[in-house]
Design a protein around this ligand. Structure first.
Ligand code: ADP
Ligand code: ADP
Length: 222
């Protein structure tokens, strides 16, 4: 699903955020990406989601060589995965339903299919009864679940999550991880960037560990 082959990333200004990082995330696998703040976790997610390009090495997502993807193809590639953010980035000028519907509208989904798809996604995160609410009326954990519904409404093959439990207490964090595990169980690949070592240690998934832009653990696979 994801292959990094000796990937380095040097930002403008010369800072090397990643040096020669190699790993595989298999189709249907769920894994963590961990390391201290500044270790390069977000940079890896940005390379996968084509927000940044590698300075050297190869990034493959779903068989496609990310380095060679033309700008025109990027929106199509991005439909293959759903992204969950720490602060969920919901829009507070519209309902929960309309937030979750947004990716479907952007990808040109037929309007007659939208309500069914949105409700299927809200059902999976247990928020079917909140579709008419404004997200501002929901708790932090519920807002994050709306963010997850929005990420999965397009039925992506891959979920990328950047510190998805960063603002949640431990019980809510556990619930959110259980949701990811549920999507993983039905075949979705999941990569979660997190520095919550206590949470990661309790869960049975591989942890790719970064330190100062180098992979120091979890990279060996196959
Ligand atoms: P993490 O997600 O693990 O906190 P990041 O991938 O965000 O780490 O950052 C890795 C390093 O790269 C940090 O030192 C950060 O300051 C630097 N960095 C991230 N984005 C940029 C950028 N756009 N330009 C320059 N440096 C950046
Ligand atoms: P988040 O809180 O979502 O992890 P960050 O604060 O890490 O976001 O980064 C916000 C933006 O600033 C990102 O687009 C990142 O690429 C950029 N950025 C991060 N570190 C640097 C840096 N040292 N120099 C320039 N841009 C940076």
């Amino acid at each position: 699903m994801i292959i990094f082959d000796q990937v380095s990333k040097r930002y403008d200004g010369g800072f090397e955020a990643l040096s020669s990082v190699s790993f595989h995330l298999k189709q249907g696998e769920m894994a963590f990406l961990t390391g201290h703040s500044g270790a390069g976790k977000s940079t890896i997610l940005k390379l996968i989601s084509l927000m940044e390009r590698p300075s050297s090495g190869q990034v493959r997502v779903n068989g496609q060589l990310a380095n060679k993807t033309s700008d025109k193809m990027i929106p199509f590639m991005r439909r293959e995965f759903g992204v969950v953010f720490q602060n969920h980035r919901l829009l507070f000028d519209r309902t929960v339903f309309d937030n979750v519907a947004l990716p479907l509208i952007i990808s040109g989904e037929s309007p007659k299919d939208i309500p069914r798809r949105v409700r299927a996604a809200l059902d999976k995160v247990g928020l079917l009864n909140k579709e008419k609410f404004n997200p501002i009326q929901l708790s932090g954990g519920e807002q994050q679940r709306v963010g997850i519904a929005r990420a999965v409404v397009n039925k992506p093959a891959l979920i990328l999550a950047d510190e998805p439990t960063g603002n949640l207490d431990p019980q809510l964090a556990k619930d959110i991880m259980a949701l990811f595990a549920e999507f993983n169980r039905v075949g979705t690949s999941v990569l979660i960037a997190s520095h919550d070592l206590a949470l990661i240690a309790r869960l049975p998934y591989r942890a790719l560990t970064l330190k100062n832009g180098k992979l120091i653990g979890g990279g060996m696979f196959d």
